[in-house]
Design a protein around this ligand. Structure first.
Ligand code: SAM
Length: 286
């Protein structure tokens, strides 16, 4: 088991438990439960100079690795704003999160707010609140970019886990965060870097698709492009790991790479056939 604490820090007479950093949001496709299976496949810190995660989401692998230098990116502007606020203003954010109420009427009031009219701190506080209290922690927007997941929690839901936000903030201090497409993020990659790609997955079937984290959707062309980038980076001397679904298309796209099966229990999948244990792929070039 991965331990929840990583140590103690002496602070005056008090002993402060330092919680193991972990994602401060729930994210579809999050890798937190798969980390034990990933661990044997990861390079040790001495084998790379910098860590890049171009499809950041909840950032489970970043928080697990705690690299000394990192570039973290995602196309979702709301999400990256949240990371920036956690990194730069954890106490102000915690203060705002504590003021939220977990009721259906309050949830729909918050959901109705237009994020761009809010301050970056209020936007982040709204985002975390909606993530914690919406159905299954999904992030889904309609064609006009408005968050449209319904209320899904009971009164006992905790919106603010202070220690998670504080340890995430400490861990993020050496990370550069940006809103960026994966193509733009990889333009910064140099030999000696380690890049972890966790894109929206190739759907197992037409109906099992859940790739709508952002509008626009992630297409087959994007999957092709990503596989070509992974090959190009391999030639440059970059360590690459890609996660994706166990489908024929993914096996074909990554022929020649080392492909490992990873067992996972998916919680977020609209198709009940897709619930329960399915295999995913961990693809690597080393
Ligand atoms: C599978 S999730 C990442 C899960 C993450 N590794 C975790 O542990 O929570 C995929 C992420 O890719 C982002 N995304 C979708 N299309 C993108 C694109 N073209 N460029 C960059 N990020 C994109 C989504 O916003 C989403 O956060």
């Amino acid at each position: 088991m991965l331990s929840e604490t990583i140590g103690f820090e002496q602070s005056g007479a008090e002993r402060l438990i330092i919680a193991r950093p972990r994602p401060f949001i729930k994210w579809a496709g999050g890798k937190r439960r798969l980390l034990e299976q990933y661990a044997p496949h990861l390079p040790s810190q001495s084998h790379f100079k910098r860590y890049l995660e171009p499809f950041l989401g909840g950032g489970a692998l970043f928080f697990y690795l705690r690299p000394e230098k990192a570039i973290l990116a995602d196309l979702n502007e709301e999400l990256i704003n949240c990371y920036l606020m956690v990194k730069q203003h954890p106490e102000e954010l915690i203060d705002r999160l504590k003021r939220h109420k977990v009721t259906s009427s309050y949830f729909y009031e918050m959901r109705k707010q237009e994020p761009l009219t809010l301050s970056p701190l209020e936007r982040a506080s709204r985002f975390i609140y909606l993530n914690k209290t919406c159905y299954n922690g999904l992030y889904r927007v309609n064609s006009s970019g408005q968050f449209n997941v319904p209320f899904g929690k009971s009164k006992s839901t905790s919106v603010c886990d202070e220690s998670v936000i504080r340890t995430a903030s400490i861990t993020l201090q050496n990370a550069h965060l940006k809103v960026s497409s994966f193509e733009d993020t990889v333009s910064e990659v140099v030999a000696g870097d380690f890049v972890y790609f966790d894109p929206p997955y190739v759907p197992l079937s037409q109906t099992a698709s859940f790739t709508n984290y952002t509008s626009p959707a992630f297409t087959d062309r994007d999957q092709d492009k990503l596989a070509s980038i992974a090959r190009e980076l391999s030639r440059k001397g970059v360590l690459v790991i890609v996660s994706n679904s166990n489908t024929e298309m993914v096996h074909r796209l990554y022929r020649g790479f080392r492909i490992e099966l990873v067992r996972c229990n998916r919680a977020i999948n609209s198709n009940t056939l897709g619930r329960g244990a399915v295999d995913e792929l961990l693809i690597k070039n080393f």
